[in-house]
Design a protein around this ligand. Sequence first.
Ligand SMILES: Cc1cc2nc3c(=O)[nH]c(=O)nc-3n(C[C@H](O)[C@H](O)[C@H](O)COP(=O)(O)OP(=O)(O)OC[C@H]3O[C@@H](n4cnc5c(N)ncnc54)[C@H](O)[C@@H]3O)c2cc1C
Length: 203
Amino acid sequence: MNQTERRIHFEFGMVNRGYLWNFPKADGYSFGIAAFSNRGAQNLRKILADYAQLFQVDLSNTPHWGHPISLWNGNQKLHTHNALLAGEAACLVDPFTAEGIRPSMFSGIKAAQAIDEALQGKSNALETYSQTMAQEWGKEMRWAQGLADTFYSFPALGYRLGVKLPSASQTMGKIITGERKYSDVVQRAIKRLTFFRASSALG
Ligand SMILES: Cc1cc2nc3c(=O)[nH]c(=O)nc-3n(C[C@H](O)[C@H](O)[C@H](O)COP(=O)(O)OP(=O)(O)OC[C@H]3O[C@@H](n4cnc5c(N)ncnc54)[C@H](O)[C@@H]3O)c2cc1C
């Protein structure tokens, strides 16, 4: 890959129930592999090394780091007496993309507003924070989780019907930037994936 290349790369299919990425950096690359807990036994280091080879990068002498990511898995109570949970500690990471920065910032803003209101004497401000996060983030994440279940069960089909289509990538870009909502687009995407899966199973 040319060092001036600005495109980000994602790969779906080499890793079971997960994906790989290559983000360009000013002085190199950031390669990564993410896989869900139900991925089964896989050699993630080897898959990552094979992926990097596609970009003529040898990972054998580079440092590796591994981190668990706390994906959203249902709404939770995020408040207690004089305390709130925000960010990844509140398990807000998108279960489809593993995007965690945006929900962390979003919850941080909502938490700060709730704390400010509580300090001004609003007795249910912290409780309202939990409700707001369920309403404004959890509602969307339910759809993201549904999409993840379907997509990562049949990644080849998901790739063909989703990732490879320019319109689908654009839609995903709009979801990540907050211009569109999962709830507006996912129902159709899941139906499409399920329909094509059923059709191909029938031959
Ligand atoms: C490999 C990897 C790649 C990722 N890629 C993306 C991506 O491309 N896009 C995206 O949106 N998300 C990505 N994520 C997820 C995203 O990074 C996290 O969800 C997000 O950073 C969480 O933000 P946060 O502020 O809640 O927590 P953090 O960013 O983890 O910040 C918590 C901070 O608290 C500090 N801390 C911890 N304990 C204490 C303590 N006792 N006292 C004081 N400080 C403490 C930590 O050192 C840390 O600085 C990725 C995650 C990983 C692991």
